[in-house]
Design a protein around this ligand. Structure first.
Ligand code: ADP
Length: 398
C-alpha cells in the first residue's frame, strides 16, 4: 500500500511516496518557488534519474497537479494511476488547542487549520492549500493531518502554561505548544526500540539540532516538556533564532532603535541565533565551525553558547523526569556533527554519561555512541518525519 506524504511551505512543497509494505521511499521530490517566477519541480524515483520540470506554478494546486503527472510519467513515474495512492498524509503546523492526535481531514479539521492561521501564519495557510489541492486532484482519497504541535500537546499543564494572566490562555490559546512534533515522536519511539528500553516507562531526551532546534523530554513516548513555545522562537539558540530571551530586550531595542515590535521579532527570528551572535558570519553551523577553527572569537562564543544551552535543557529535563535513560541526537547538526554531540555530553559526566569517541565518529547512521559503561545510553537516530507521517496516516486508514 502506497502513501503520499506532503509537506507544504509558503512557497514550496516536498513530497515522498512511501510503500508501507516495507516502508521504502518509492519516489520523492520538491516543488520550489510556488507563486514566484522561475518555479520548478525536481522529482526522483528510486533507481531512476532525476526528472526536472521548469514550469510556472502559480498556486499549490498547480504544484500538486505537476507532482501527480511526475508520479505517473511513463519514464520517470512509479505508478500507473492515482488510485494506487491509498491516502495522503500532510504535515500541518498548528492544530491549536483543538487537535493533537492525527486525524482524517473533514470540514471541521479544515476549519481549525484556518482558525489557527494566526498561530502559524507562514505554514497553516500553505498546509490548507496542500490539502485542498489533493482533494481536487484525488477526489475520494483520504487526507490525514499530522500536527507538528501534536507531540507537545501531551505536555502537562505545569509545563505548557506561561506565567501570564490566565485570560490570555482562555481568550487566545496562548500557551507553549512545541514544534518538530513528528521528529520528536519518531526519534523518541525509535530510541526506545533501538535501545531496548521499557516502552511504558523509558525516560528519553531528544535533541533535534538542525537549523531550527528543539529538545524534548518524554516518558514512555509521551511528551513531558519541550523547548519551543507558542511559536518556534523559544528554547535553544538556533541558526537564526535567538531562543530564550528576556522579553524586555524587545522593548529595549524598540526604544533605542525606533523599531516596532514586529521588526524586532523579525530580528529575533531571522537575524539572531548563531548568525547574529557570530556578527553575521552564517546560520550554517559548518561555516561557524570553520570560522571558530580559524580563531574567530564571536564564532567560538556562538558555538559554545549553542552547546551550553542544549546541555542546560538536558539538565532541566533530567530534573523534570527525575532521571534519564537515553539521550538521542538528530537533525542536520545532531546527525552530522560529532563535535557538537561530544561537547554537549562533556557537560553530562555528572549523570554518568560517557561517549565512545570511536562510535561517535559517524554521520547520519543509527547507532549507540555512548560507552558500554555509560549510565545513560546516548544515540544518534536520523530523523524521518515523512515516515512518521506515513505511519500515522496508515494507522488511521487501516
Ligand atoms: P532544517 O530542517 O531545520 O532546515 P536541518 O535539520 O536540515 O535543518 O539541518 C541543517 C543544518 O545542519 C545546517 O544549518 C548545517 O549547519 C547543519 N549541518 C549539516 N551538516 C553538518 C556538519 N557536517 N557539521 C555541522 N553542521 C552540519
Amino acid at each position: 500500500m502506497k502513501i503520499l506524504v506532503i509537506n507544504c511551505g509558503s512557497s514550496s512543497l516536498k513530497y515522498q511516496l512511501i510503500d508501507m509494505d516495507n516502508e521504502s521511499v518509492v519516489a520523492k521530490g520538491l516543488c520550489e518557488r510556488i507563486g514566484i517566477e522561475g518555479s520548478k519541480l525536481t522529482h526522483k524515483a528510486t533507481g531512476k534519474e532525476d526528472y526536472v520540470v521548469e514550469k510556472e506554478m502559480p498556486t499549490h494546486v498547480t504544484a500538486i497537479e505537476m507532482v501527480m503527472e511526475a508520479l505517473q510519467d511513463p519514464t520517470y513515474g512509479v505508478i500507473k494511476d492515482t488510485s494506487e495512492i491509498a491516502a495522503v498524509g500532510h504535515r500541518v503546523l498548528h492544530g491549536g488547542t483543538t487537535y493533537s492526535d492525527s486525524i482524517i481531514v473533514d470540514e471541521d479539521v479544515k476549519r481549525v487549520i484556518r482558525e489557527c492561521f494566526d498561530l502559524g501564519p507562514l505554514h497553516n495557510p500553505a498546509n490548507l492549500m496542500g490539502i485542498e489541492a489533493c482533494e481536487k486532484a484525488m477526489p475520494g482519497t483520504p487526507n490525514v493531518a499530522v500536527w507538528d504541535t501534536g507531540f507537545g500537546m501531551k505536555m502537562p499543564e505545569k509545563a505548557y502554561m506561561y506565567a501570564i494572566p490566565h485570560e490570555y490562555y482562555e481568550k487566545y490559546g496562548i500557551r507553549r505548544y512545541g514544534f518538530h512534533g513528528t521528529s520528536h515522536l519518531y526519534v523518541s519511539g525509535e530510541a526506545i526500540k533501538f535501545g531496548n528500553l521499557d516502552p511504558e516507562n523509558a525516560k528519553v531526551i531528544v535533541c533535534h539540532l538542525g537549523n531550527g532546534a528543539s529538545v524534548s523530554a518524554s516518558i514512555g513516548g509521551k511528551c513531558v516538556d519541550t523547548s519551543m513555545g507558542l511559536t518556534p522562537l523559544e528554547g535553544l539558540i538556533m541558526g537564526t533564532r535567538s531562543g530564550d530571551i528576556d522579553p524586555a530586550v524587545v522593548q529595549f531595542i524598540c526604544n533605542k532603535e525606533g523599531k516596532d515590535v514586529n521588526e524586532v521579532l523579525n530580528i529575533l527570528n531571522k537575524k539572531s541565533g548563531v548568525l547574529g551572535m557570530s556578527g553575521g558570519i552564517s546560520s550554517d553551523f559548518r561555516d561557524i565551525e570553520k570560522a571558530a577553527g580559524e580563531g574567530n572569537h564571536l564564532a567560538e562564543v556562538a558555538l559554545e553558547a549553542f552547546v551550553y544551552r542544549v546541555a542546560k535543557y538536558i539538565g532541566a529535563y533530567t530534573a523534570a523526569m527525575n532521571g534519564v535513560d537515553a539521550i538521542a541526537f538528530t537533525a542536520g547538526v545532531g546527525e552530522n556533527d560529532k563535535n557538537t554531540r561530544k561537547n554537549v555530553c562533556n557537560y553530562l559526566a555528572y549523570l554518568g554519561v560517557k561517549i565512545d569517541d570511536e562510535a561517535n565518529n559517524v554521520r547520519g547512521e543509527r547507532r549507540v555512541i555512548s560507552a558500554p559503561d555509560s549510565k545513560v545510553k546516548v544515540m544518534l537516530i536520523p530523523t524521518n518525519e515523512e515516515l512518521a507521517i506515513a505511519r500515522e496516516t496508515l494507522a488511521l486508514i487501516k
